[in-house]
Design a protein around this ligand. Structure first.
Ligand code: AMP
Ligand code: GLY
Length: 425
């Protein structure tokens, strides 16, 4: 198989690593990639939002399959351009990517498919927001309708802060068709209980779940500080109720995939089900239409069977005939090393040392995200989340100790990481 992978984060490095070690992969190009993917594939620079450029890169390498990592090109319709060019693509078209691109649209689909989720109101004026906040009560949950790189959701007991966030979101221009093109926010009831992420491969009809993982969204230890894109993750979830994965497939992923097919916008790609296990049962917190970051780093660390084959089966409507996925019994933990200032304004260009030394440790691998090479070929920071250090081991605590031993060997001035990823799990 000849594969073009679009994206440049640690998620794409994890995908590239899994695809590269697969004997069925004949060629692997990552666009634009990062210094980590350059070690396992060929990087080519391009604008990931430009469908014609992605198609041209796919044609140039005679790709059999294009895999699109991030949400922005999916929402922009890059997968449509690839499929129109006659090339198999793992990733939903622009219409189906609205499940992530508009929270109002996702709520509408969940209502139609009778999927359990938080009660919510879609608001396009501050008056509606104020009414909704009072209807649901504290803690308040206010979500930007559109894409916001993990920074669109505010959960707070401070009513003024909730209103302030809504005001900022509503001051934007434009919105999804679900809100008649108006900027909107979703105000919803607060969901208690642990969160899990379950990724499902979808081919427009069939659904194949991967192993569940848990993400740590807040910046600080003990879930303090602001929400981030994710500061760490682990898999499997020894505490999760038996039958959880089957329940999510049956009550969430399958009805959503059926509803999208019914609408004539079939969902092909990865449906990321973000779930809360509340005291009143399972509820969907959000959908994403792509692999999660950093959960992918731990889920793929445990995958034994061919990733390329599974993605190709999903892209070509053959998931029902695909071989079952196989997983190791090992656990995996990842700790994100973030730059000074993340998730606010980040400092770039700080030298990074110790990556090779970390990887000398048994069971450690280091995935690149916001890294680049300076003029002298030295590795420097170039983004908010800089590295994902992954540790594997026979159980969560062993994997955790291994991941943190890796983190200890890495030096990046001003960097931040949580010290409690997977602690006590
Ligand atoms: P989202 O982008 O919708 O996943 O929201 C980001 C994070 O905000 C989630 O992972 C949760 O930790 C939190 N969150 C979102 N919705 C709710 C809710 N209804 N109740 C409590 N926390 C929430
Ligand atoms: N880890 C959360 C996300 O990928 O959106």
């Amino acid at each position: 198989m000849r594969i073009l992978l679009v994206g440049s984060g640690a998620r794409e490095h994890a995908l590239a690593r899994a695809l590269a070690r697969d004997p069925q992969t004949e060629a692997l190009v990552v666009a634009p990639g990062n210094p980590g993917t350059a070690a396992v594939a060929t990087n080519v620079d391009l604008d990931v939002l430009d469908g014609a450029a992605v198609v041209a890169a796919a044609r140039k390498m005679a790709a059999d399959l294009v895999v699109i990592g991030p949400e922005a090109p999916l929402v922009a319709g890059v997968a449509d351009a690839v499929r129109e060019a006659g090339i198999a693509c793992f990733g939903p078209g622009g219409d189906a990517a609205r499940l992530e691109g508009s929270k109002a649209f996702a709520k509408e689909v969940m209502a139609a498919a009778e999927v359990p989720t938080a009660l919510a109101r879609v608001c396009t004026t501050l008056e509606q927001v104020a009414d909704a906040l009072d209807a649901f009560g504290a803690p308040y949950v206010v979500k930007d309708d559109g894409l916001a790189a993990g920074k669109g959701v505010v959960v707070t007991s401070d009513r003024d802060a909730a209103l302030q966030h809504a005001r900022a979101c509503l001051a934007k221009t434009g919105g999804d068709a679900a809100t008649q093109g108006e900027p909107a926010v979703v105000v919803e009831e607060y969901l208690d209980g642990p969160e899990i992420s379950l990724f499902c491969l979808c081919d427009g009809a069939a659904v194949v779940p991967l192993e569940p993982a848990q993400d740590f969204k807040r910046l600080g230890d003990g879930d303090s500080g602001p929400n981030t894109g994710g500061m760490g993750a682990y898999s499997p979830l020894p505490w999760a109720p038996a039958g959880l994965t089957a329940e999510v497939v049956e009550r969430v992923a399958t009805p959503v995939v059926a509803e999208m097919a019914r609408r004539g916008t079939p969902f092909v790609g990865l449906l990321y089900c973000g779930l809360a296990l509340t005291s009143r049962g399972l509820r969907v917190v959000e959908f994403n239409v792509r692999f999660g970051d950093p959960e992918t780093q731990v889920v793929l660390a445990r995958l034994e069977s061919s990733l390329g084959e599974a993605l190709m089966a999903a892209a070509t409507g053959r998931l029902d005939q695909a071989e079952s996925l196989r997983w190791t019994d090992d656990a995996a933990v990842t700790v994100v090393v973030a730059a000074h200032g993340y998730p606010g304004k980040v400092r770039k260009g700080d030298p990074i040392t110790g990556v090779d030394e970390a990887e000398e440790l048994d069971g450690v691998h280091v995935l690149h995200a916001g890294t680049s090479l300076d003029g002298e070929g030295r590795l420097v920071s170039a983004g908010g989340r800089v590295l994902s250090v992954v540790g594997t081991g026979p159980d969560i605590q062993a994997a955790r100790a291994t991941a943190y031993a890796g983190v200890e060997r890495i030096a990046l001035d001003g960097s931040q990481h949580r010290s409690d990823i997977a602690a006590g799990r």
